[in-house]
Design a protein around this ligand. Structure first.
Ligand code: UT7
Length: 316
């Protein structure tokens, strides 16, 4: 028994922030941002956008592509670290927005790796026969958590949501999931909750350069581990969908692993780093523009705060 993706969808806020816009806010330049990150634009949520509203739009499109009745969904997982409410969870709000009567619904927090963690959880429920149809959503609004003077973070992060519909299948499907975490790195990338005893508004803190180097090494080991477990080589994979944090990181990893850049789905130039949304956004875009086709072998890989990191090997 396998779990298969049968629909994808995404949502991006209308408001676009360009590098030229950032030049007016902080001491930076279009040239620095493009050279150091590859990012040209990112979408920024406005007051009407929330993790659940964006997630609902993405999920609706995924359900329409899947062609199933919304009420068939019996599990909703939202990967996010920027939900408007601790409870009701964004997953419960999405369930309500889409008029889904009854489903296991909860949020998970694994930062930029959240979507990979969520897929892995749903895969296990489906493979074990506990759930027939699942929605896994990655949705984040990290732009609102950034100190406007933090010029490293403000250039990187954008907002958005992506979603997939999953169901059981006799043919692959999700083939392998490999998840990791190491809390000793927690201080290098953090976002505290609001502390009621303090007047200070919590903001995202990132030791960019340290995260950069560790992430590259962890992802290289992760890809080697995934290939080894599944007894395949890098050329067997049709498409790589990395977490979209920085184009320089993606390029460095591809060079080390001898992956052709033409086989990598890149959206970071247009979306920036959308945290848990980045992989499902890239997947949806590549399916809808015809790059990724049915039966292609995909490797999804992510790294984020925690630190957390993980990969999923799947056949579409
Ligand atoms: O999703 C997972 C979480 N995040 C990541 O994976 C992020 C990983 N890190 C990165 O993407 C990169 O480290 C950054 C883009 C954040 C920074 O790039 P870098 O090449 O690591 O820069 P750096 O920290 O080594 O700084 C180089 C210089 C510094 O100036 P000095 O000290 O050499 O004079 C910085 O102050 O660049 C300066 N700088 C900037 N200059 C113009 C830092 N941010 C900016 C900026 N504009 N926005």
């Amino acid at each position: 028994m396998f779990t298969k993706i049968i629909g994808t969808g995404s949502y991006l806020p209308k408001n676009i922030r360009s590098n030229k816009d950032l030049e007016k806010i902080i001491n930076t330049s279009d040239e620095w941002i493009i050279t150091r990150t590859g990012i040209k634009t990112r979408h920024i949520a406005d007051v009407s956008d929330t993790v659940s509203s964006m997630g609902s739009c993405a999920a609706k499109k995924a359900l329409i592509m899947a062609g199933i009745k919304f009420n068939k969904i019996d599990m909703i997982i939202t990967a996010t670290t920027s939900s408007s409410h601790a409870f009701p969870s964004s997953a419960c709000q999405i369930q309500f927005n889409l008029n889904i009567n009854n489903s296991i619904s909860f949020d998970i927090a694994a930062a930029c790796t959240g979507f990979i963690y969520g897929l892995s959880i749903a895969d296990n429920y489906i493979k074990n026969g506990l759930v027939n149809y699942a929605l896994v959503i990655g949705s984040d609004i990290l732009s609102k958590t950034i100190d406007i003077n933090d010029r490293e973070a403000i250039v990187l992060f954008g907002d958005g949501a992506g979603a997939v519909v999953l169901c059981k299948s006799d043919t692959p499907g999700i083939i392998s999931t490999n998840l990791h975490a190491n809390g000793t790195y927690g201080r290098l990338l953090s976002l505290p909750y609001y502390n009621y005893d303090s007047k200070i508004i919590p903001t995202l803190k990132m030791s960019g350069n340290e995260v950069f180097k560790i992430a590259i090494n962890k992802i290289i080991s992760l890809v080697k581990e995934t290939l080894c477990i599944n007894k395949i080589n890098i050329n067997n994979i049709d498409w790589f969908i990395p977490h979209q944090a920085n184009l320089r990181m993606i390029t460095a990893i591809s060079k080390k692993l001898d992956i052709k850049m033409e086989k990598i789905i890149i959206t970071v130039d247009k979306h920036g780093n959308t945290s848990a949304a980045s992989i499902p956004l890239a997947l949806d875009e590549a399916i809808r523009n015809g790059k990724i086709k049915l039966d292609d072998l995909l490797l999804l890989k992510a790294f984020g705060g925690g630190f957390t990191w993980g990969s999923i090997l799947l056949r579409l």
